[in-house]
Design a protein around this ligand. Structure first.
Ligand SMILES: [Zn+2]
Length: 852
């Protein structure tokens, strides 16, 4: 029996969602632990610490009987989700015994407060209400609630809000990233799971539970619909079972109905948010056969109410949104009851969200058998498609440019719960012999859609949904592709038809362990083609060990290592052995002095520019990558640059992708007005957070380069470098209309000059990730030789995955170059070498700028 259950209002001292009040995550955590003490219908599971050490919780709510029987119910659920080898008649019994498993996550984006503020009330209602509807949910549903996807961000936003409460800056959004590294990009991490929070969610969604539906609660802009709920509009991303898109309508219709029934206006559905999105959690789940749903609530000013006049209400960008079934702010089938305008409060968001969240549980409870049978059908049919379709499997060969990175790809597939097999003997397919230990990923499995998405080629559609009437393109809402193997530079062989061999399912994956091969009095070579060699290098340098790098190929035993091989001196064996164990690197003992030309690797002092304006996720990812590979660096803020004398303190300054006004701080408001949608007004930050290096900062950077420093710029920041440092370089796609040139997050083929030290360790042909980035040609001058191409686009067939309009504009142009200026240089990356920590295939091009 339940004890008296504390209401959220009693516990927090106010009704959640009240004007100007935010319950902080630590307090919410306490409330859930209290509920667990007071009720046998709720269990709190602490998944572990977040990036900055706050608890990441999973709340499981169901009937007391189900909770006692939870492990058995979980097993039943996994069998339904992966029914291979189970007879049809057994399935009926499993569906009868099983429960609908529904997962919902709150406030993945930390400024989108409503979900997390709603979660305690939703939990309270479920455990305290005794009516038939509630009891039906508890009996038939196992509800997995992630009450806060980003605990660190929730705390940052709460404290920020309270700091400015009662001032003219009340309600302005956070000026820096609301996560230590990734901010808004945290749901772009679903397939690479670089962040610990992503790993926790992946464990719940992809391996331990595989729920039938997953609803992720977000906010959107303030001037349109009050809430959006799936279904989505076109285009759709391929490879999901068609039932997914039908389930979207089914769940979405019930949520919309319940909102309308409760008298809530402004509900939008089947519009605005396309079914081809970034590979976020609510997106990737669809290829896992989980109905990944979305709510997007209109935002207030954090917890401050917002007034919206009727004349301000809009569907957004009319031309694009016509294609997205929301052409104007009037009643229509996707939006039958427009909200009339007026005050909009956090409490409204909480109430709308709670109705939508409850509705998904309610419809699943009323239709448990259908929900489970659909799960079974999706899993079965996807496996059958995999068995009959082509390719039959992907092989991750052992012959890789960077075999340790291909092991990382396998680890990431296993995190997704994908079945991976390993050959216990050599085998031959299509005339190619693969050795023992080769990985095989067969498509005959329920997660066939995820595998094709991550390992295959994906082309963005060119059709009605992606073009205006005049044929010009409508850009996608994030990247045009998220093809993991391409990003990682891992060779994956699609094998068209069925083949056999001695293959075993990988159950206990063991990370590769390297070794120090022999002892040497001359030194130890390690391969510059492997990303992990840079970790070893950084460890050696941190201990003061002098490492050299060869400028020619060297032979070690029967292996030849290319230019760019690292050589460590004798005496550092203990460091090498530790690095071998942790990274899988092999260290080759040299048995005779090497004649090859070499140079000392200098430990460079690296700075990474950090501004405000809401934070720059590309900078955050860069920081994360540097830390992951153990590069020492210091953040560089405006004052560091403005005060000058940079060369005395730093050797390299890195500018992540950014816009010139946001770096200089000049003309930001004008830039915002011209480039941001009308319904995203310019945020008025407190003066100390309106960052910019100003004219004096530009002068200081010029001096830094003149005096021998290296300035590295990624993608958009190249325009800043070209303009402000007066480089004789032109961006050939600058100012082109999308109909003439568009490349919004696609993988492109390039040729690499790997005899240039900046490209040591790279293959001659590679793929780069370009997201609205520049491509370069040299402007004729008396000093053309000062610019060196490092990476160049080929003449044709440039696109691999995604979308590329106007290929000829970048054909044979430079994708990366180095420009000498005075004693130093500027290295321009038109693409993103470290995009979201995902593009392992081009990390080395960035790393090389930090060591030579
Ligand atoms: Zn969001």
């Amino acid at each position: 029996m339940n004890m008296e259950i504390s209401t959220p209002e009693e516990f927090f001292g106010f009704q959640l969602g009240s004007d100007r009040k935010i319950a902080r995550w630590d307090k919410i955590v306490d409330y859930f632990w209290l509920l667990m003490k007071q009720s046998d219908k709720l269990r709190v599971i602490d998944m572990g610490p977040s990036t900055e050490g706050n608890p990441f919780l999973l709340i499981i709510i169901s009937s007391p009987k189900n909770l006692v029987n939870l492990e058995r119910l979980r097993e039943v659920n996994l069998k339904i989700s992966n029914p291979r080898g189970i007879y049809e008649d057994e399935i009926d019994g499993l569906i009868d015994e099983g429960k609908a498993v529904i997962c919902q996550s709150m406030s993945l984006h930390a400024t989108e407060l409503g979900g997390t503020q709603m979660a305690p009330e939703l939990a309270y209602d479920l455990v305290a209400r005794e009516d038939e509807e509630t009891l039906r949910i508890l009996e038939n549903v196992i509800f997995l609630m992630v009450p806060c996807f980003n605990p660190d961000g929730q705390i940052m936003v709460t404290d920020w809000y309270n700091r400015w409460l009662g001032t003219e800056y009340e309600g302005v959004s956070l000026p820096w990233l609301y996560h230590k590294y990734v901010g808004h990009d945290n749901n772009r991490d679903a397939f690479q799971t670089n962040m610990i929070e992503s790993e926790y969610i992946a464990k719940i969604l992809f391996r331990e539970w595989i729920p039938q539906a997953y609803l992720d609660h977000h906010h959107m802009g303030s001037y349109g619909a009050r809430i959006y709920i799936s279904p989505h509009n076109d285009p759709i991303h391929p490879y999901a079972d068609p039932l997914i898109w039908i389930e979207h309508r089914w769940y979405g219709a019930h949520a919309s109905y319940k909102l309308e029934e409760a008298g809530k206006s402004g509900v939008l559905s089947g519009a605005e948010f396309p079914a081809w999105e970034n590979m976020g959690f609510h997106t990737i789940t669809r290829y896992h056969n989980i109905c990944g749903l979305l709510t997007e609530s209109a935002s207030a000013k954090l917890a401050t109410p917002m007034y919206v006049d009727a004349s301000q209400l809009t569907s957004g960008i009319p031309n694009a949104l016509r294609r997205r079934s929301f052409p104007h702010y009037k009643p229509m089938t996707t939006f039958p009851n427009p909200w009339p305008g007026g005050w909009w409060r956090l409490r409204d968001i909480v109430e709308y969200k709670k109705i939508a969240a409850w509705a998904i549980l309610d419809i699943a409870a009323r239709n448990k058998e259908t929900v489970l049978r659909t799960a079974y059908l999706k899993a079965k049919r996807q496996s059958e498609r995999g068995a009959k379709g082509s390719p039959f499997a992907y092989i991750v060969s052992k012959t890789q440019h960077d075999p340790l990175t291909s092991e990382k790809l396998i680890q990431k597939l296993l995190i997704q719960g994908i079945e991976v097999k390993k050959a216990s003997k050599e085998f031959t397919v299509d005339g190619v012999t693969y050795p023992e230990g080769t990985y095989i990923i067969p498509l005959e499995q329920p997660k066939m859609g995820v595998i094709k998405t991550l390992l295959g080629i994906t082309l963005f559609p060119e059709d009605y949904w992606t073009q205006y009437d005049d044929g010009s393109p409508i850009p996608s809402i994030d990247t045009d592709t998220d093809t993991m193997a391409e990003f990682m530079g891992v060779r994956v062989d699609p094998i068209p038809s069925r083949f056999e061999g001695d293959f075993e399912v990988v159950t206990d994956y063991e990370k590769p362990v390297g070794k120090t091969m022999g002892r040497s009095t001359i030194g130890y070579a390690f391969d510059g083609r492997l990303n992990d060699s840079f970790r070893a290098l950084n460890r050696l340098q941190a201990k003061g060990v002098k490492v050299q790098r060869t400028d020619e190929a060297i032979s070690v035993g029967d292996t030849t290592l290319p230019p760019g091989t690292f050589v460590a001196p004798p005496g550092c064996e203990a460091i090498l052995e530790e690095a071998a164990r942790e990274t899988g690197l092999d260290f080759h003992a040299l048995d005779e002095p090497q004649e090859a030309k070499k140079h000392d690797v200098r430990p460079l002092r690296v700075g990474l520019y950090q501004g405000y304006w809401g934070g720059n996720a590309d900078e955050g990812w860069t920081r994360w990558l540097l830390e992951s590979f153990e590069f020492p660096y210091s953040p560089v803020v405006d004052d560091d640059i403005r005060k000058g004398g940079l060369r005395q303190r730093l050797d390299v300054i890195v500018f992540a992708d950014n816009k010139t006004p946001l770096i200089t701080g000049e003309g930001v408001e004008e830039w915002w007005r011209e480039n941001m949608p009308l319904n995203r007004p310019f945020p008025v930050f407190p003066p100390e957070y309106r960052s910019g290096i100003g004219g004096e900062g530009v002068e200081a950077l010029k001096k830094f380069v003149e005096e021998g420093g290296t300035l590295v710029a990624f993608s958009g920041a190249c325009e800043f470098a070209i303009e402000k440092l007066g480089l004789n370089v032109m961006n050939v796609v600058e100012g082109l209309e999308p109909r003439d040139f568009l490349c919004s997050g696609s993988t492109l083929r390039v040729r690499v000059d790997n005899s240039n030290p900046l490209a040591y360790g790279m293959p001659e042909e590679a793929l780069v990730f370009n997201w609205d980035g520049p491509a370069f040609r040299i402007v004729p001058s008396a000093f053309n030789e000062r610019s060196e191409a490092v990476v160049r686009y080929p003449e044709r067939d440039i696109l691999r995955s995604g979308r590329l309009i106007g290929e000829e504009k970048i054909a044979e142009k430079m994708a990366m170059l180095s420009v000498r200026c005075g004693g130093g240089r500027v290295v321009l990356f038109g693409f993103r070498p470290q995009h979201r920590g995902q593009t392992h295939g081009t990390f080395k091009l960035f790393f090389n700028t930090l060591i030579c």
